[in-house]
Design a protein around this ligand. Sequence first.
Ligand code: RI2
Length: 343
Amino acid sequence: MPGDADLHESVEETAEDIATMETRGAATIAAAAADALAAQARAVDADDPDAFRATMRAAGRRLYDTRPTAVSLPNSLRYVLGRMEGDTVHDVRAAVTTAAADFAERLDTAQDELGEIGANRLRDGDTILTHCHSTDALSCVRAAVEQGKELSAIVKETRPRRQGHITASELREMGVPVTLVVDSAARRYLDETDHVVVGADAIAADGSVINKIGTSGLAVNARERGVPIMVAAQTIKLHPDTLTGHTVEIEMRDEAEVISAEERAEIGEVTVENPAFDVTPPRYLDAIVTESGQFPPESVVTLMRELFGESATRPWEVQESAASADDRAGLADVEPDGGAERP
Ligand code: RI2
């Protein structure tokens, strides 16, 4: 496999941006990765198709190694790298750039479609409560607002990186009144909440949802308070490895996101941990809303089997076309890595 030195600068930049969370949000990461592969394809100076494909796989590997939890990333890589058909470099290049464009279009369409479905769960006058920033979750809110429903929102700031600020800003752009609260105030505000709306970074075959740290506690509290919670997630969030018993790795991020070196020194010797995600068991969730419909969490496995079938290889190991998978929602043959933590 070619080394990183052969990779196009936009692959390096995209990988760096994903790792530092300059580019973040599962769907946005997937789109950026597909774009980077297209840029790499346009730049590869290879003599034969096999050398071209090898460089593309190296680019896929570089992108894959950035963040481990959001399964949309390997699903994106698999979609593009699985379509490197052709007998000439020219043809393979065209196949990659077309696949990347198709993937981006599918993302947009899926998000719009799930938004329409999720909006049906929201009623005129509802107060929603959000956690982190999810473009899939906000698509549901946007569609509801476009249907003429008046909503208001309680937005958790979402420590440590405060992605809730992005959510608050985007909700204001939609004209939705926003109350921003610290994470630990969420239970108090559930009494004023009609619907909790969150996104997902990965969904396991048993219906467990892996999302920003704090989601599971929110879901338990919402269930205790009788407040419904929906998860808005395109099918690229479905984690095919979990069909065969693999688990989803939970990303541990730098402690500097939680505490400065000065503050840490003042406290004295402590261990600081910064898990980016947690796992919400299906019994605390009411519905998973995808572009293929809404599902009780426990039945999402049926959709996964339909979409993924059997698959075994990693994105950068794909040797042949996955074009036939188009008929299965475009995501079959996409297989991410497994991980250490059990959902
Ligand atoms: P969309 C985010 O993770 C949040 O956990 C959010 O719910 C999820 O990605 C999905 O985002 P991070 O990248 O794909 O902030 O719905 O760590 O935009």
